[in-house]
Design a protein around this ligand. Structure first.
Ligand code: CA
Ligand code: CA
Length: 349
């Protein structure tokens, strides 16, 4: 595993409903007035992006215990911070949400690496003028947490801008990626799209992704013979593919362990030539008390890449599965192989 999570913010809904949905299983904290915005003219991929206000941050948990992690994200600022105290960006934090490093955009368009939330703790700074308003910039950082040989490497739009070696980055493992703004960031609007989290433990995707995109894909149609029932929609694919979860309005359901349904993906855009991996984010619950498991897998040329066997509860909960390699080849996905593959739902218990 190296690609850990990917999000284009397309399926949580918008505004306050999105905040509640994001907190149903994946994100750990959401700042009070932040939201998903539906604005295709600004979004870097799909129709939507995430925007953060205030100094409080939105965080998502790294699912692994790695001391070396990476984060890639597109950031768009409508206006620059007007003071150093209003600088903004994101953090890598530990289990207690203590900062390991901040990546902060300064009023002069430089990017600083801070060891703590104090502006006095800068351990690296790029040239000025690197970040401009009104355009998406691709930020990617690698953090090696160590209290003697800690490292931070920063790339902007795929270009190495900063590397800091042999710094004390504490004794606690990275655990969260978190949006961040200084004490005076106020109502400055920071926009995020195409968030990718990774670590260095895998055979693929264990280093910088470059200016990658998280392209949203939806289920196009049902494969005949599916054993899950469809409620509230014309097809299973339509029931589970939405711009916002609609709870018990439309869904697919299975009663018997072993029930399987397969679904076809939509075509990818022509520019999707290299595929680093597939992140499937699904929301599920038990319809009644008791026990029940469900699994999301991907089937390619009759070979199955299995996702987690999830123990469900009676609360709708988001979970994410990563499929880095085509199970038919053991290699990264190609566009044609992905488009020929199917998504499988199985009630496993
Ligand atoms: Ca998006
Ligand atoms: Ca639905």
């Amino acid at each position: 595993m190296a690609l850990l999570f990917a999000d284009s913010f397309e399926h949580y809904g918008t505004s306050t409903a999105a905040r509640a949905n994001m907190l149903a299983g994946l994100y750990a904290t959401i700042a009070g007035s932040s939201q998903v915005v539906n604005d295709p003219s600004v979004a870097r991929t799909g129709n939507r992006y995430y925007t953060d206000y205030q100094a409080g941050g939105t965080s998502i948990r790294y699912p692994t215990d790695s001391n070396e992690v990476g984060a890639a994200v597109g950031i768009f600022l409508p206006q620059m911070p007007t003071s150093s105290a209003g600088r903004c960006g994101f953090s890598i934090r530990d289990e207690l949400q203590n900062t390991i490093v901040n990546v902060a955009i300064q009023p002069n368009g430089s990017v600083t690496i801070e060891r703590t939330d104090s502006a006095a703790s800068v351990i690296g700074q790029t040239d000025s003028g690197l970040i401009t308003t009104g355009a998406w910039h691709h930020f990617e950082v690698r953090v090696l947490q160590d209290n003697v040989v800690g490292e931070v490497e920063l790339r902007i739009n795929g270009v190495l801008e900063l590397i800091v070696n042999n710094v004390d980055l504490g004794t606690v493992l990275p655990r969260f990626w978190r949006t961040w703004g200084g004490s005076a960031v106020g109502s400055v609007d920071r926009r995020f799209d195409d968030l990718i989290l990774w670590d260095t433990t895998g055979g693929v995707n264990n280093t910088f992704f470059g200016p990658a995109r998280c392209i949203p894909n939806t289920l196009a149609s049902d494969v005949a013979g599916g054993q899950w029932s469809v409620v509230g929609a014309a097809s299973g694919a339509a029931a589970v593919t939405e711009g916002a979860p609609n709870a018990d309005t439309s869904y697919v359901t299975a009663a018997a362990p072993g029930n399987i349904s397969d679904y076809n993906f939509s075509e990818l855009p022509p520019e999707a030539e290299a595929i680093a991996g597939i992140c499937v984010i699904g929301m599920a619950k038990l319809a009644a008390g008791g026990l029940g498991n469900a699994q999301i897998s991907i089937v390619s040329d009759e070979e199955v890449a299995e996702g987690e066997d999830n123990v469900l509860t009676s609360a709708y909960t988001y979970r994410a599965d990563i499929f880095e390699k085509d199970p038919a080849t053991g290699q990264l996905w190609t566009k044609s192989a992905f488009e020929a593959a199917t998504l499988r739902l199985e009630k496993t218990a």
